[in-house]
Ligand binder design. Structure first.
Ligand code: NAP
Length: 248
């Protein structure tokens, strides 16, 4: 018996990193899973193969999460393929780091569109389906940077803070229809996104944690599993910090 037996999940940016770990975790708990990717088809195909090897159904879609119409088409395709949509994870995201006074318009727009508009796109399309069916769990991946800010990441921080506000609003609008919406705010997690950071910055992040280690994609996937499952049936509009930091 898995925690997600019979459930159908859509995970954006499921080809690698945190999204991949979430997709695999959900499948290992009995869910059928659709993932999206932006350009790395081989990685996405490999995730689909891993899920199918577990005996679950899986599919991947190339779909730019920042494109409203593409998101609508992807939600409809996933819903049709899976035979329903119980869980949506808005995980796709990018960074284009720069100090404020050096940041150009494209860096700002790319991050806001990929990290924030994308969440609106998928909540809008999948939320409508879930609302009609009076059931669903939406999980949006924010960041501790969206809560505390970070020098060199004003675009990213704004996008991730926006995700929290959007999620609380979705929770308020859809709660009465049986749809929950929550955020996860990861800290420093070892993925390709963070592999580009200089070593001294990585060490600083690690020393700053209470557990003196970096987070793994699986650490975030475990929180996503909790939020996707009935174990969190009375939790909505919440942001769970997954960073080994205390908020003080
Ligand atoms: P990652 O390893 O860089 O993976 C990013 C994923 O998003 C990939 O699957 C990528 O697809 C996909 N993606 C990017 N832009 C997209 C777009 N426009 N449309 C569709 N898919 C897109 O990143 P990660 O570290 O796993 O991060 C996942 C999420 O967690 C992001 O929202 C990130 O902001 C958040 N987060 C990460 C950390 C961390 O420390 N790593 C901390 C806090 C929050 P392709 O493979 O095709 O490129």
């Amino acid at each position: 018996m898995g925690l997600l037996d019979g459930k159908h999940a859509l995970v954006t940016g499921g080809s690698r990193g945190i999204g991949r770990a979430i997709a695999l975790k959900f499948a290992s708990e009995g869910a059928d899973v659709a993932i999206t990717f932006f350009s790395r088809k081989e990685e996405a195909d490999a995730v689909v193969a891993e899920i199918c090897a577990m005996g679950r159904r899986a599919v991947c879609y190339q779909s730019d999460a920042s494109d409203f119409n593409a998101a609508g088409e992807t939600v409809a395709a996933a819903d049709a393929f899976l035979g329903g949509l119980d869980i949506l994870v808005n995980n796709a995201g990018v960074t284009r780091d720069s100090l404020l006074i050096r940041m150009d318009e494209q860096q700002w727009d790319t991050v806001i569109n990929a990290n924030l508009k994308s969440v609106f796109n998928y909540c809008r399309h999948a939320g409508a389906l879930m609302m009609r069916r009076r059931s669903g769990s939406i999980i949006n991946i924010s960041s501790v940077v969206g809560i505390g800010g970070n020098a060199g990441q004003c675009n990213y921080a704004a996008s991730k803070a926006g995700v929290i506000g959007l999620t609380m609003s979705v929770a308020k609008e859809l709660g009465a229809r049986g749809v929950r919406a929550n955020c996860i705010a990861p800290g420093f997690i070892l993925t390709e996104m963070t592999s580009r950071l200089p070593d001294n910055l990585k060490d600083m992040w690690i020393q700053d944690t209470l557990l003196k280690r970096a987070g793994l994609p699986e650490d975030v996937a475990n929180v996503a599993l909790f939020l996707a499952s009935e174990l969190s049936s009375y939790i909505t509009g919440e942001t769970i910090n997954c960073s080994a930091h205390m908020r003080n």
